[in-house]
Each structure stands twice: as structure tokens, then as C-alpha cells.
Design a protein around this ligand. Structure first.
Ligand code: HEC
Length: 157
């Protein structure tokens, strides 16, 4: 009987603990996501894709230089589609390495199934909202890479 109680307590801790971790992910809205990537889990402490480290040359419309920070959920994905909860944060720089803006792709289950369930954002460097949600421009351009889950800088084998 004692063993059983102990087991149930363990289960309880596991389940509620798991729920807390899950609840920590932001909703698909500009303010929650900005709060998450700038304060709760600062993206500058995340990793890069193994084949896309640090500052890299880029193409329009994103600017001549960029860095793409990758959340663990994306990094630990073994293939496409990447896991829900995956986030990519792209910093775009001008040629003088001055930060210009921040684009984000955040994988949210059921958000936008036709276009990979990505919640897409374009922020100013102060977190101001320039584009939000399902902008046609982002989807149109990244759509060419739909087989790679709309990701362009890292190719899944
Ligand atoms: C005209 C084409 C085009 C448009 C429009 C565009 N992107 Fe991109 N995006 C790219 C290319 C190309 C890359 C690869 C890196 C580079 O060359 O700058 C990229 C890379 C990214 C990355 C890094 C991760 C990845 O997928 O490789 C993010 C995040 C991103 N774009 C978000 C957005 C968002 C959000 C929008 C809309 C606000 C957007 N992009 C609009 C072409 C585009």
C-alpha cells in the first residue's frame, strides 16, 4: 500500500511538473512571444544550427548579414516537421553590423496547418510589431522550402 502511495505521489509530481513546463510556452501572440524570447528564455542564450553558426551573409528582404538563434525544441528535432514549441529568431543586420530588425518563426500546434503551423513575426529591435501572424509575404517566400518545414538556413537530411 505504501509503495502504491509513493508511486501515485511520483506520478502526480511528474504530471503537474510536465504541465508547468508546457504552460511556460507563450501563446501565438506578439506580446507573449516577445516576452518569452527577450525575458523568460532570452534567445541570445540559445544555440545556432550546427551548419549555420554566428553571423552569416544573407539575402533580401532580410538584410546583408544575419544570425539565426534556435530554441532547443528545434535543435533537438531529428527531422521535419520540427517539434511543436520550436522557435527560430533571426536578427537582421545592415552591412555595418547594426541590428535592424528581428523575425521569428514559432511552431504552434493547430495555428496554421496549411503553412506548417508557424506563427510568424517581424519585430523592430525594441519589440514593436511590424508584421504578425500569417503574413503572405513570409509564407510565399518560405513556401518554396515547405518540404524542409519552411526553414531555409538549415537543411534536414
Ligand atoms: C523574399 C523572400 C523572403 C521573404 C518575403 C521572407 N523571408 Fe525569411 N528568409 C528568406 C531567406 C532567403 C532566408 C535565408 C537566410 C537569408 O538568406 O537571409 C530566410 C530566413 C528566415 C529565418 C531564419 C530561419 C529559416 O527559415 O531559415 C526566419 C526566422 C525568417 N526568414 C522569418 C521570416 C518572416 C517572419 C518573414 C515575414 C515577416 C520572412 N522571413 C519573409 C527569404 C524570405
Amino acid at each position: 500500500m505504501r509503495k502504491m502511495t509513493f508511486f501515485m505521489v511520483l506520478c502526480f509530481i511528474f504530471i503537474t511538473g510536465g504541465a508547468t513546463v508546457f504552460a511556460e510556452m507563450p501563446g501565438p501572440d506578439s506580446a507573449s512571444l516577445w516576452n518569452y524570447i527577450s525575458k523568460e528564455s532570452p534567445y541570445v542564450q540559445w544555440s545556432f544550427w550546427p551548419d549555420h553558426q554566428g553571423m552569416q551573409p544573407g539575402r533580401a528582404p532580410h538584410g546583408p548579414l544575419h544570425k539565426v538563434y534556435v530554441h532547443d525544441m528545434a535543435l533537438n528535432s531529428t527531422g521535419t516537421p520540427v517539434q511543436y514549441g520550436s522557435i527560430q529568431v533571426k536578427e537582421s543586420y545592415d552591412k555595418d553590423k547594426k541590428l535592424q530588425n528581428i523575425t521569428v518563426m514559432y511552431k504552434v500546434q493547430g495555428y496554421n496547418p496549411d503553412d506548417g503551423d508557424w506563427f510568424r513575426m517581424l519585430y523592430g529591435i525594441d519589440g514593436s510589431v511590424k508584421k504578425e501572424g500569417k503574413p503572405k509575404g513570409c509564407i510565399g517566400c518560405h513556401g518554396g522550402s515547405a518540404k524542409n518545414d519552411f526553414i531555409l538556413v538549415h537543411e534536414f537530411k
